[in-house]
Structure formats: C-alpha cells, structure tokens
Design a binder for this molecule. Structure first.
Ligand code: HXC
Length: 260
C-alpha cells in the first residue's frame, strides 16, 4: 500500500525484518491520526505476513516522535475525545503477536515515548531524548505513560519524569531500564536489524509464545503469572519446533524450525 506518513520496507539479509519509518519530518514525526492509522495497518500487515520474523519502528536522527500532534488536538473537547475514542488506534500495536522493536534516535516525547514503550524492546542512539512533557501543555500522558513508565523505571523516577516534564538522555534511560542498549547514532538501525535477525533465527511460533508469557508479567500476580508460564511452557511440547530444537541440540546440528 501507498503511505503518506510512514515508509515501509523489508530488510535484513534474509528479508525477514519489517521496517516502519515514521515520516513526518517537518513536524518531528508528531503522531497525527492519519499517521497512526497507517502505522496500525503496517504493523497488522507485517504481523500477518509469514515471511516476517520481527518488526522495527523507527524515526529519523532528529526525532523518533515528538508526541501526539498538538495542532490536531488543540481544539478537542472532553466530549469529542469520548465520542471519537481519541487515541483508540494505538491499541493495535500492542496486539501484535510478533516482536516489535523501537529504534529511537532523537526525541521520543509524550506519545513518542509512549509509542516506544508499547514496543517489546527499545534500542536507542546516543543522542536520543525521552520525556513525558505533557504537563508543560496542561495535560497528562494518555497512551500509557503513567502506567508503563513506572513499570519500566519504578515510581520515583516515573513521577519525576511525568511531574517535571524534563527530558532524560539515552544513557540515563539505559541505566534506569527504559532502554535495553545504546549505540552510536549511525549504528543504531543496523544494530536493531541484527537484533531482529537474531530473533528471526528462532521458531516464530515459540517466539510468539515467549512474548505472550513475558507480557503476562505485566497483567497479573506472580503466582498466576507462574501458572500461565507453566502452561505455555508445557504447550511448547505440543509443537514440532520444540522437538526439533532439542533433537538438533543432541545431534550437534542447527535446528530447522518449521513454525509448526
Ligand atoms: C505538533 C509538533 C510537535 C507536536 C514539534 N512539532 N512537536 N507539532 N505536535 N507534538 C512541530 C513544531 O510545531 C514545528 O512546526 C516543528 O515540529 C519543529 O519543531 P520545533 O519546536 O521548531 O523544533 P525544536 O526547536 O528543535 O524543538 C524540538 C522539541 C519541541 C523540543 C521536541 O518541538 C517540542 O517541545 N515539541 C513538543 C513536545 C511535546 O510537548 N510533546 C508532547 C505532546 S502531548 P512549525 O510548523 O512551527 O515548523 C502528547 C500527548 C500524549 O504527546 C497523549 C497520548 C498520545
């Protein structure tokens, strides 16, 4: 499909990585509704495409995304938000079964930081800046910032970020556990593609089950999370790929996963 606000490509030596680049550079990739509709569609299409192992969402060197589009929401009202379900398209991405990785260079602010946190893994370039500056414009995070950020970094740091609107740099973000690795700006995308390709060497079916199990940690108590994990773990024994993985190890060869 033809997109106006994003660019979509298939990358990696095996052409099994879906790459989505946010592409409204003049507005620092502000996340207007048309952009989000396109992003949701691109993620859904890659999720459904058997040849794709993992999905990367990135921006450009100046901005991953500087937030929801302030110009678009300036005249919204409580009733228009409620009637139109403002921001409801954002849920599509967290429903994706495949790993989604954010590669963040530049600003990831407000909704941009929330979009990165919706992803499964965040890699950052060393000039990246994260923040929830909604408080500066008289509102609060509305796409998970007040809920996901404390789960990443704990209450004190999350409160500080949300209540001050101050930005944090890539190294601080890594130290607090928001970001898993930091790279030089010009190496970020290739390192993120390598990560996606590494995930792509595994059984897509088992990767999906592993992602589901980790996500459950955010939804439940430890005790019921452990029950959930056990049932998924037992479930892997109903797959051909589990048998192949263990057999290949014992035969001292590489596994040949069939996604079955
Ligand atoms: C709409 C935006 C925008 C945004 C930047 N622009 N951020 N437009 N919505 N969130 C536009 C500017 O208006 C400007 O357009 C152009 O992008 C370049 O931005 P500048 O401000 O000139 O760039 P710079 O001086 O380098 O400053 C960069 C910046 C600043 C520090 C990132 O742009 C900024 O503070 N942006 C807003 C950040 C923010 O408050 N985000 C949270 C949004 S609220 P023109 O036309 O003037 O050239 C939010 C709510 C979340 O996300 C709720 C759930 C999603």
């Amino acid at each position: 499909p033809q997109y106006e606000n994003i660019k979509v490509d298939v990358v990696g030596t095996k052409k099994n990585v879906g790459l989505i680049q946010l592409n409204r550079p003049k507005a620092l990739n502000a996340l207007c509704k048309p952009l989000f509709i396109e992003l949701g569609k691109a993620v859904n299409d890659f999720d459904a495409d058997q040849s794709i192992a993992a999905i990367i969402i990135t921006g450009n060197e100046k901005a991953f995304a500087a937030g929801a589009d302030i110009k678009e929401m300036q005249n919204n009202t409580y009733s228009s938000n409620t009637k139109d379900g403002f921001l409801k398209q954002w849920e599509d991405i967290s429903n994706c079964g495949k790993p989604v990785i954010a590669a963040v260079n530049g600003f990831a602010l407000g909704g941009g930081c929330e979009l990165a946190m919706l992803c499964d893994i965040i890699y950052a370039g060393e000039k990246a800046k994260f923040g929830q500056p909604e408080i500066n414009i008289g509102t609060i995070p509305g796409a998970g910032g007040t809920q996901r950020l404390p789960r990443y970094v704990g209450k004190s740091k999350a409160m500080e970020i949300v209540l001050t609107g101050n930005f944090i740099d890539a190294h601080e973000a890594e130290k607090m556990g928001l970001v898993s690795k930091v790279f030089p700006v010009d190496k970020l995308l290739e390192e993120t593609i390598k990560l996606a390709e590494r995930i792509g060497t595994h059984s897509p079916l088992i990767v999906k089950m592993a992602k589901q199990a980790v996500n459950q940690a955010y939804e439940t108590t430890l005790k019921s999370g452990l029950v959930y994990e056990k049932s998924i773990f037992y479930g892997t024994f109903a797959t051909a790929d589990r048998k192949e993985g263990m057999t290949a190890f014992i035969d001292k060869r590489s596994p040949n996963f069939k996604n079955e």
